[in-house]
Ligand binder design. Structure first.
Ligand SMILES: Nc1ncnc2c1ncn2[C@@H]1O[C@H](COP(=O)(O)OP(=O)(O)O)[C@@H](O)[C@H]1O
Ligand SMILES: [Mg+2]
Length: 175
């Protein structure tokens, strides 16, 4: 059997964030959407936004806000089955991935997702981004601090406080 040469996913958890902000507390689904919308207004071409948080944390809710902030008018639905959704019609195209169903970086490479992760002319948002990251322990001696082809990564963590409250933190890497 001819196996392709072993390749590594492009994104490693960068060693040092450029910017770490205090936690934001969202009190409602609408507030979470508004936080996403602010990021959508701020986003520039080539941005990668990675979302980590349990099922129901509000990752897709943030993506809905991002789409709105970018001026996308079509509905945002979780791409759990399609793996990647593309929304056009906004200031920048938005590419929305959900890695929930993929468990290892090898599976993601096999699914061809590497290409879907980098859209220099658009904004890419990835639910379950940590499934793509290489654990630090597997990076001996390899240079960290890169977001692969991306020049900018916003890594967002969202956690539940109560049925309606969420704690949102993020770190920015790159420029
Ligand atoms: N503060 C909040 N922020 C985000 N979602 C909230 C909040 N409070 C309640 N919710 C509800 O939690 C659910 C989040 O779902 P979703 O965004 O699909 O999560 P995920 O994509 O992380 O699995 C929605 O039903 C939403 O209405
Ligand atoms: Mg989701």
């Amino acid at each position: 059997m001819n196996l392709p040469p072993q390749r590594e996913p492009q994104i490693a958890i960068p060693a040092t964030p450029r910017k770490e902000v205090p936690a934001i507390i969202s009190h409602s689904a609408d507030e979470t959407m508004e936080i996403g919308a602010a990021w959508g207004r701020e986003a520039r071409a080539g941005w990668l936004i990675g979302l980590s948080g349990e099922l129901g944390a509000g990752k897709t809710q943030l993506v809905k806000g991002l789409a709105r902030g970018l001026g996308v008018t079509s509905g945002v639905y979780s791409p759990s089955f399609a793996l990647v959704n593309e929304y056009q019609g906004g200031r920048l195209p938005l590419f929305h991935l959900d890695l929930y169903r993929l468990e290892t970086p090898a599976q993601m490479l096999a699914a061809g997702l590497e290409e879907d992760l980098f859209h220099p002319a658009g904004v890419t948002v990835v639910e379950w981004i940590e499934r793509w990251f290489i654990p630090n322990s597997e990076l001996p001696g390899r240079q960290r601090g890169s977001a692969g082809a991306h020049r900018f990564l916003r890594w967002v963590r969202i956690g539940g406080i109560s049925p309606t409250e969420r704690r949102i933190t993020y770190e920015d890497f790159g420029d």
